[in-house]
Design a protein around this ligand. Structure first.
Ligand SMILES: *Cc1c(COP(=O)(O)O)cnc(C)c1O
Length: 224
């Protein structure tokens, strides 16, 4: 049996020395397990449910950087806004409106990624690539003063067909570059391309990912 700390270090050893951030996806794992990674020096964790995040936030050290990566319901935004470091799963303009409203109330500026849907599965949330471009290019300056647009987040199809996964990561990278040099060219904060999970992060990194979200490889299988 390997420990969480060992698996965390193994994953880190497969990432480039700089330029790729590791979000350890701790959803469905108990606080004690997160604590093991924390004690090994890791500070950046990803959760997908607001209530679960709130419970973990309450009992774990407050220098943890919490990333929200799941579908976020409008009525849950207010619970996580006071402390969440980044919301990676902004999937509609409407949720962004609520993030803006709640962040303004607590006088925070919150890092956000727009979730973009490129995979074949139709269950996935997110903007289409064109919707993402359209949304960002028609954004009024000053429309979201409490949101910092940091980049995009995407998932590849869950398939053994490597060429399809490669093509989807390439598509996300191309979209990221198009936006960074186009609609967001004036925004120096727009620097994050979040893609890659346990089974496909090596390919994602090859395609220019700057942030990987890895759960199972570090923490083991989740029990839902
Ligand atoms: C659960 C989840 C992950 C982590 O998946 P693993 O396969 O366990 O590495 C990454 N990103 C998102 C959006 C997730 O929901």
């Amino acid at each position: 049996m390997t420990t969480v700390a060992q698996r965390l270090n193994e994953v880190k050893s497969t990432l480039p020395a700089t330029g790729v951030e590791l979000v350890a996806v701790s959803k469905f794992h108990p606080a004690e397990t997160i604590r093991e990674a924390y004690d090994a020096g890791h500070r950046c964790f990803g959760e997908s449910r607001a209530q679960e995040l709130q419970q973990k936030y309450d009992i774990l050290p407050h220098d943890i950087e919490w990333h929200f990566i799941g579908h976020l319901q409008t009525n849950k935004v207010k619970y996580i806004i006071p402390y969440v470091a980044m919301i990676q799963s902004v999937d509609t303009p409407r949720i962004l409106d609520e993030i803006e409203r709640q962040a303004a109330r607590v006088e925070r500026v919150v890092d956000c990624l727009l979730e973009v849907h490129v995979a074949q599965e139709d269950t996935k949330y997110g903007f289409s690539p064109q919707e993402c471009i359209d949304f960002l290019s028609t954004l009024n300056a000053g429309a979201y003063p409490h949101v910092r647009f940091r980049g995009i987040m995407g998932m590849a199809s869950n398939t053994d067909d490597e060429s399809r996964v490669q093509a989807e990561f390439a598509q996300l990278k191309q979209l990221f570059d198009t936006i960074r040099t186009g609609a967001m060219a004036q925004n120096t904060h727009f620097d994050t391309l979040s893609m890659g999970m346990s089974h496909d992060y090596r390919m994602a990194v090859e395609h220019g990912s700057t942030m990987v979200r890895i759960g199972t490889t570090i923490f083991g299988e989740r029990e839902y």
